[in-house]
Write a protein of this length. Sequence first.
Length: 519
Amino acid sequence: MKPTQPKLRLIYLPFLLVVIGFLVAFTFLNWLLLIKLHAFSLNEDITNFWGPIVLAWIPALIWLQPRIKLLSLKSKRGDAPFFYLFMAAAAIAAPTCVAQPWLQTSTGKLTRLYDIRQITQSEPTKYYTLNKFYIDRAHAGVKTRFIVSGKNSETFNMNLYIALPILGLPGDTANSTCVAWYGVKYHHSIGNRLSQEEKQREYEVFLNQSQADFNMKNLTEFMYLDRAGNTDDYKGWLGAIKNNKNFDNTATTVLLPVNEPFEKRNGNKFAWIFGSFAIGAGIWLIMVLIPKLDETSLKKFGSKTPAKSDDKNRAGNFLIPREGFFATPIIAELNVLIFIIMVLAGLGVISFEASDLLAWGADYRPAVSQGQWWRVITSMFLHGGLMHLVSNMYGLILVGLFLEPVLGRAKYALIYLGTGIFASIASLWWHPATVSVGASGAIFGLYGTFLALILTKVYPKQFSKSFLPLTLIFIGYNILMGLMGGVDNAAHLGGLVSGFIIGIFLSGSLKPQTKVPTV
């Protein structure tokens, strides 16, 4: 038998079946539950992007990870198997991500309305054409949203949402009823490191440019209207509708103008489904053909005897509580769970608004001064967006791998909570009216304790020699980023200092480690 034949049969063919099966199953469920039955509503960022990316790991771990072990993958750092698993999950997710927007546009029905008031008399569809309508430019609702984005909160996004009443006749402006709204959006991004005065000047320029464009815009120049779906932008238009004082805000249908033939609504999405599938399949084929087969693993696989894995650091184990690493994954999972609940509540994905974070328990001096002391605790389990969550959980797991085995689960968890509270108090003291969230203050507390234990020689000499500069660089880099603006440095320093002091006090009662702690 040629060496390539078992690779194709045992690894590559199952990969193709998994990709196709996942694509078909996810797309069918999306169509059935969300489009056909309208069983519930999800943010389109979840159905089009994050859902496929997260769920693709399930078939990759269940069906492809055991087959990846059949390859002889040698790496100095031992991360080659995880790289193969990562590439498999990416190849599974890519065509599925492309397919969901195509599904929405291709299945969207076009309804022809003579009068906009007929929209309440027909079943809701995605697309509409209008013969008789009047867009009331004079009574627009406006909403401005400021969103900070980027791994280090380096981008300040300004979004201006305008919702204009769509009426049947100009005379209908005398009524307070509006059945649908015409949506317009303006967007501008600047650096978040700018001062408040510079941001204010940029904002005023943005408003003036948007106003000038809006004054020149031909609102009747469209071929059809697209009903806005469940997106972060839709939430902005809902805010604009709420701010409209001339019409009632019971109608929440937002229609967006499209000035191209209806037949071109799909663009090249369908072709890119096959294109992304082909690219992933081609890369995976090359990756499978390069390494040799591991004969030992192949024999065990053929005899249906599962190979025992000694890789304790694979991605899945970071989320499994076990001896020496119990509190860290539970804390991380609690943070992730709260984030998922907020996403499902429709607050967004990439970022959340300050008003929503405040409602969910963010740290805020005026509220705490009125007796809402619990915010100093709840705020450390909230995050401002996806990248904020990911970067914090990465830092938590990294320090937890080496700190929790030495401290034990109880002390580790108490230090997380205690330094997190100190961080929240420091933020309240420094910021008189800033909405603050995030686990970073508590995580800095853990790094402060970790640094204290390194300096007091609790860890082995060689370990301390390697990790002391890395820890100092990590702390220094994040403090420096905070000095540039957009980051709550008061919480970082409050957590770091309190954690360091706690570590100094604890070091005398901890037994010096003779080897690197492992979990």
